[in-house]
Design a protein around this ligand. Sequence first.
Ligand SMILES: [Fe+2]
Length: 203
Amino acid sequence: MAHELPALPYAHNALEPNIDARTMEIHHGKHHATYVTNLNKALESAPDLAGKSADDLIKDLSAVPEGIRGAVRNNGGGHVNHTLFWNSMGAGKGGAPTGALGDAIQAAFGSSDDFKAKFEAAGLGRFGSGWAWLSLDKAGKLTVHSTANQDNPVMEGLTPLVGCDVWEHAYYLNYQNRRADYLKAWWNVVDWDAVGKRYDAAK
Ligand SMILES: [Fe+2]
């Protein structure tokens, strides 16, 4: 079965003024859609992988034939990353992480603000295109890190809880070169309930 572009779980303008509607239209309808199209194209030559989810494909890239491995890494990663991204944001969200995740963030980073500063630094420090992440490592410890291009933490054996897209396509219309301003505004739309549920499920 072909991979499909998931519907955006809210209206294009739901995240305004932090993320503008036009950016969301292009980001979801063009960029994410293209990752899905190109993932399906790459997989045409590997019918035995047709039953695998995109998550399973990128978790075990060694099982993907070498000739299409790069395409599956980039486009499968793009599909998985953006699906997680849309489902980590919402209208009227933001604030600080609560519950077990809030406690774990405090224990790992000192405070919610210290965590946010570290996360913003990871996003700012990523040269070129990529993502900033809060993930769980193999020992179940929280870690802040970044990946290049459309790489996903599972490719490094980590479990992603939430990621921020720092490709220019995610912010350029509204913020131009001001990635730092975009990262700061992004906290206003993070759905901590969704991220907390992910944390509970992963633990
Ligand atoms: Fe993106």
